[in-house]
Design a protein around this ligand. Structure first.
Ligand code: SF4
Length: 342
């Protein structure tokens, strides 16, 4: 397979697969995952350390305009306390995620990164939105290993409508900053945003490949009742298999990227969504380590699993799932394979 064959036409053909062709698509995706990433599943623990956001993305439950939430921000001490126990449950990466706002100053976040790197064996992934290049560089100096910044849709018009006040161009520029700095960079998109066509979905997959990402996170759009899109439907509501098709094609087009089985899959396919994702291309699980008292306030979409379970229970559940699928738990930080080759 050469680069010329990774065409949009091929993506579209794969996304239309049905019957035996669809079973073959999943089989190939699983084989590509096995050959390039092995059977290890990495467990990356998320801490949603603040739900304060200055933006108003139309699909997002923690958008600034949603007044029904209690806004919170964890202290550095609380974050450190959680991070210090994560390695005990084989979570060797902490993913620090928040809304997009400078509620935490750059230095405050930098100090948290430094302390995690000094006091724990964890790799640090940050996900706090668009920031200036200098800020990314500073956090990298503090020890930040990775950064997640999903572009959500590759269609500029749709992006402008769904993410008022920002642009796709700006998002892509931030991704370029991160990659130029040598930070392991993750991005991704939502599947089935209102207004998305199959053509846009194929473009989303092609953009992930063009960006040559270290990590790629995708998941179905799930309407949140307290948002302007609350009454909308997922574009593939009548063909939910598309969520897995997109994942499988993504794996085939990005053999060496870390791809999580995101929790949104469990919302649409309760009890089995993430397992199926792991069997169709994914190789990472991201259990929630946010203190239970804050979980309901980080309500990105309804039906989010693991709202009431403790961090230990969420991690334990992840371990059980991995083992029941006959897979192994990734040891160490699970850094990017691409990064090691660069
Ligand atoms: S998607 Fe991100 S930037 Fe947009 S409202 Fe939600 S948290 Fe804020």
């Amino acid at each position: 397979m050469n680069n010329m064959e990774y065409s949009k036409e091929w993506v579209l053909g794969l996304l239309r697969a049905e019957g035996p062709d669809l079973a073959e698509l999943y089989r190939i995706a699983d084989r590509v995952r096995h050959e390039h990433m092995g059977d290890d599943v990495y467990i990356r623990g998320i801490i949603e350390f603040s739900n304060i956001c200055a933006s108003n993305c139309l699909y997002c439950g923690i958008r600034a305009g949603n007044r029904g939430l209690r806004r919170y921000a964890l202290s550095a001490g609380e974050i450190l306390e959680i991070a210090s126990t994560m390695a005990d449950s084989q979570q060797m990466t902490v993913v620090l995620q928040s809304g997009e706002t400078p509620v935490f100053g750059d230095e405050e976040i930098g100090n948290i990164i430094r302390r995690i790197k000094r006091e724990t064996p964890l790799a640090v992934t940050l996900s706090v939105g668009n920031r200036p290049r200098e800020t990314y560089r500073y956090w990298q100096e503090c020890g930040m290993d990775r950064y997640l910044l999903r572009f959500e849709t590759s269609a500029p018009g749709l992006f402008d409508r769904l993410r008022p006040g920002s642009s796709l161009e700006e998002r892509l520029m931030c991704l370029r900053y991160l990659q130029d700095l040598g930070v392991q960079t993750g991005s991704g998109f939502m599947i089935g945003l209102p207004g998305e066509t199959l053509n846009i979905l194929a473009d989303n997959i092609m953009l992930c490949r063009a960006l040559d990402l270290d990590m790629i996170g995708i998941g179905p759009f799930i309407p949140h009742p307290d948002t302007p899109l609350g009454d909308e439907k997922n574009a593939y509501d009548d063909h939910r298999e598309m969520y897995f098709k997109a994942l499988a094609v993504l794996r085939i087009f990005n053999p060496d990227a870390h791809i999580p089985a995101t929790t949104a899959y469990d919302v649409v396919f309760p009890g089995e969504g993430r397992d199926l994702a792991l069997q169709r291309g994914a190789n990472v699980l991201m259990p929630n380590n946010t203190p239970v008292k804050y979980r309901k306030d980080y309500f990105l979409y309804p039906g989010k699993p693991c709202v009431d379970e403790s961090a230990e229970q969420c991690a334990c559940y992840a371990i059980t799932r991995i083992q029941s699928l006959g897979r192994t738990i990734g040891k160490g930080p699970g850094h990017s394979i691409k990064q090691r080759r660069r």
